[in-house]
Design a protein. Structure first.
Length: 191
């Protein structure tokens, strides 16, 4: 059964990856670059500061650093445990995929990009929901686009993406709850 699931995953990867064209490659390489969204992260931090204040911003920065470290390290634990090769590292697929990423990496289950961006989207979206009701939907869409970029550039299977996004959503929610507790306990902020 697992072999069949992995086969479907490979087939879906090949379909989605081959939808790309050289016309759009540059855009997707920007989207998949971790540094491309620093302005978005800065904007989200500014919105948190604007709505919660300077003291709360310190809590946000610490919690966000812990959240990203947590998601990143757990992702690495999963990659080393399952040791599933990335599609760009599978010799049998070399002639069938569009590999345009800068590097391939060794293992891919599950996607760190997907888990980190989804954690950030859920966390920021929930924290800012009282002030910007639709922001969470924009952030979830952004996270899904970043996740798909990993398939487009040839470094992750769809199952890597789905599991990464799921783990990221759970992590973002847990750190959101932790932050609510810290804001209430130390700054008497309730919402």
């Amino acid at each position: 059964m697992i072999e069949q699931l992995l086969q479907y995953d490979t087939e879906l990867f090949l379909f989605l990856n081959n939808l790309g064209s050289t016309t759009w490659d540059g855009l997707w390489l920007i989207i998949t670059n971790k540094l491309a969204f620093i302005p978005l992260y800065a904007l989200l931090l500014f919105l948190l500061y604007k709505n919660f204040g300077l003291k709360a911003l310190l809590i946000f920065v610490i919690v966000i650093a812990l959240m990203i470290t947590f998601t990143d390290q757990i992702t690495n634990v999963f990659k080393r445990t399952f040791m599933r090769s990335r599609p760009c590292g599978v010799d049998e697929l070399a002639d069938e995929i569009r590999f345009i990423a800068v590097r391939c990496g060794k293992y891919g289950f599950f996607s760190g990009h997907s888990s980190n961006t989804m954690a950030a989207a859920v966390f920021a979206g929930l924290m800012l929901k009282p002030y910007y009701k639709n922001l969470i939907f924009i952030l979830l869409f952004w996270s899904a686009i970043v996740a798909y970029s990993r398939i487009y550039v040839g470094v992750h299977y769809p199952l890597d993406i789905i599991c990464g996004m799921t783990f990221g959503a759970i992590s973002g929610f847990m750190f959101y709850k932790l932050t609510k507790y810290l804001l209430k306990r130390f700054l008497n902020i309730r919402f």
